[in-house]
Design a protein around this ligand. Structure first.
Ligand code: PEP
Ligand code: CO
Length: 450
């Protein structure tokens, strides 16, 4: 059946999973009218640039580092928290650039990652049944019946929190924070206690030597060492908000979502005939699709065909999140189906979402992930792609630059007993500063050994 002409509000005629139920439809409409009038957060030229870099990554010429919070929080829109998020992403990217001899595309789950899909619409806390928390742009985390009611005003707030965050990120990068000479960049506190520090130190020393060499002989001045690109992304979940951020480019007449450079469709909202896929098929941004072990190969190729009918390279990133138990059986048929269909996609691996476990009981129950399972899924995904003659072009992490205790393992050897110490995430557990940095060193070892 031929598809109808795309309109930015056309998704409204399709079943939309995971949308909040606002008690007052008028307030919802008013909030969206307000967002629609506000300026875009990013520029379409930047979006196209990211798309071409993702295409190059798909062709094996770059590597994508995509990461950040599971759920951004309004209370973290402050200097210290943003600096820490950017710092860890930059440090990992510099290590990966040097270790893999590839230029790294940096994409943050930042400046808009506020909406969360949930497996269950309600949860019970202290005997009280509450609507599930769905992200700071929908409702409050507090276990209070009234605060859990979806509030459309939060979408307007989230626009301003996104823009304040992005403004500061741009200022940091333009102002020299990403400069490789910046002392912050190489303050590897904590990681020095790692039992593998000797091995890591060799890499850091050789990297610092390379920077000195470039300065002395390469004709590169300190300015060019500091000039980098940084892109933003979030899950395109709340379709009303995403529609309000969708603008027609005066340059080429195409529609773009200018609330982020890249958006992804979640595992819970990627139905072929659903509203999310309908919305995403019409925007010019690079689009990620999260795929878990339940997807059938043909379902995947149909999805890619619908979202990228012209087979534009860089348009689709398939972010696989199979879990270490299932990756060996689930991933190979998908790679071969996409190959057989001749579809241009960029593959990435999210080794977080298939490896979530719950430890403890009752109010002490905590979601966590084991560092070893995360690393092992990545190791296997790289090996599977290599043996299929395909390219795993990137990695996708939930991580933070703070010293949280949310994932177990790593060289700090965090156990489930440590989780109570500094468990901050509102939804899924993130790698902490130490675990994330160590992951970058280990990815280099995995790829060098393969
Ligand atoms: C997420 O990235 O936080 C998420 C909910 O992922 P997925 O859609 O893969 O479950
Ligand atoms: Co998550």
């Amino acid at each position: 059946m031929a598809l109808l002409e795309w309109k930015k509000d056309g998704w409204r005629n399709f079943p939309a999973a995971q949308q909040p139920e606002y008690p007052d439809g008028n307030l919802f409409k008013q909030a969206l009218i307000e967002v629609e009038k506000l300026p875009p957060l990013v520029f379409s030229g930047e979006v196209e640039k990211l798309k071409s870099e993702i295409a190059e990554a798909g062709a094996g010429k770059r590597f994508i580092l995509h990461g950040g919070d599971c759920a951004e929080r309004f209370i973290d829109c402050n200097s210290a928290a943003i600096v820490n998020k950017i710092k860890i992403l930059l440090q990992m990217s510099v290590l990966l650039t040097h270790g893999l001899h590839h230029s790294v595309v940096r994409i943050g789950r930042i400046a808009g990652q506020y909406a969360k899909p949930r497996s269950s619409p309600t949860e019970t806390i202290g005997g009280v049944v509450l609507q599930s928390y769905k992200g700071d742009n929908v409702n409050g985390i507090e276990p209070d019946v009234a605060l859990r009611v979806p509030d459309p005003g939060r979408m307007v707030k989230s626009y301003f929190y996104s823009s304040a965050t992005l403004n500061f990120v741009r200022a940091m990068i333009d102002g020299g924070y990403a400069d490789l000479h910046h002392p912050y960049t190489w303050n590897l506190y904590n990681i020095e206690k790692s039992p593998r520090w000797n091995e890591y130190k060799k890499r850091v020393d050789s990297l610092l030597d390379a920077i000195r060499f470039m300065e002395t002989f390469g004709g590169l001045n300190s300015e060019s060492l500091g000039r980098i690109d940084f892109f933003t992304s979030h899950e395109g979940l709340l379709l009303g908000y995403e529609e309000a951020m969708t603008r027609k480019s005066p340059l080429n007449g195409k529609y773009y979502n200018l609330g982020a450079h890249m958006l992804w469709i979640g595992e819970r909202t990627r139905q072929l005939d659903g509203a999310h896929v309908e919305y995403f098929r019409g925007i010019g941004n690079p689009v990620g699709i999260k795929i878990g072990p339940k997807i059938a190969p043909e379902e995947l190729t149909d999805l890619v065909a619908k979202l990228n009918p012209s087979d534009e390279p860089g348009r689709i990133t398939l972010i696989t999140r199979m879990g270490v138990e299932k990756v060996d059986t689930s991933l190979p048929p998908l790679i071969s189906a996409v190959k057989k269909a001749g579809q241009a996609v960029t593959w990435s691996c999210d080794p977080m979402h298939g490896n979530t476990i719950t430890v403890g009981e009752g109010d002490l129950a905590r979601k966590t992930r084991d560092f070893n399972s995360i690393l092992e899924e990545l190791r296997r995904a790289f090996a599977i792609h290599t043996s299929a003659g395909s390219t795993l072009a990137g990695v996708h992490f939930e991580m933070t630059g703070d010293d949280v205790t949310e994932c177990i393992g790593g060289s700090q050897e965090l156990t489930h007993l440590d989780l109570q110490k500094n468990y901050e995430t509102y939804v899924d557990p993130r790698l902490n500063y130490h675990q994330a940095l160590e992951m970058a060193f280990l990815i280099i070892s995995v790829l060098k050994d393969s």
